[in-house]
Design a protein. Structure first.
Length: 230
């Protein structure tokens, strides 16, 4: 069903409770034949009048509403007629398509389902050069090489390693964890002490022993008094 709504004014004021109700006529656009001939409209209020019409689902129509069908001057000549159009084809499509659209909308997956599908997608299906999929696949396949880093990035990494405070890595735990670069650096920059036949290497606080090494001495060995790399 389609509702034809027309607004009428009398001297620019809403037409209310007229002596004669406005009428409407409806024509088929394809044949110009009248399918509704000057039927009375129902007053809605505030100058609005309505008429319910059942269009064919295969046709389109034009309509004309008359605010003064008895020519009684209840409206001025310029305010007498209101025109419009109705598409039965459009209305039928809306009635048929909206329920299907609502069903499809209900089937739209949630954000969680979509994100899970993205993360679970096989890398092999996304190998276009320059795409995010290609980048992820190359990393997963050992694609990070020296060429992957800019020179400035390599410098920043090496500078960070060389200037990292030894306290960040000096809790080495049980032997042989100290047999690493951090253990060697501790021995160079931290406090060390000979305690009997043991060399004790301290943490950066100079009071906690990080690890110790057994010493072997020889009374006949020459004392080292200087080290000067060539």
């Amino acid at each position: 069903m389609a509702e034809i709504i027309a607004a009428f004014t009398a001297s620019n004021l809403p037409l209310v409770s007229p002596g004669t109700a406005p009428t409407v006529r409806v024509r088929r656009i394809d044949t110009q034949a009248l399918v509704v001939t000057d039927s009375a409209m129902t007053e809605i209020g505030d100058g609005l009048y309505g008429f319910t019409f059942a269009p064919s689902s295969t046709l389109e129509y034009s309509w004309r509403a008359d605010g003064d069908p008895a020519a009684a001057a209840q409206v001025t000549a310029s305010e007498r007629y209101v025109f419009g159009a109705i598409s039965g084809i459009t209305d039928a499509r809306i009635e048929a398509d909206v329920p299907a659209i609502l069903i499809d909308t209900a089937a739209i997956p949630t954000a969680a389902v979509v994100s899970d599908a993205v993360w679970d997608e096989a890398r092999s299906g996304h190998v276009v050069g320059g795409s995010f999929g290609e980048g992820v696949a190359s990393v997963a396949a050992g694609g990070i090489t020296a060429a992957s880093f800019a020179a400035a990035a390599l410098h920043a990494i090496s500078d960070g390693v060389l200037t990292r405070v030894v306290s960040n890595v000096e809790s080495l735990g049980a032997s042989p964890a100290y047999r690493c670069l951090a253990g060697a650096i501790q021995k160079i920059v931290n406090r060390t002490r000979v305690n009997g036949s043991t060399l004790e290497v301290y943490e950066i606080d100079d009071s906690t022993v990080s690890y110790s090494s057994a010493l072997t001495t020889s009374a006949s060995a020459d004392a080292i008094v200087e080290v000067d790399p060539a």
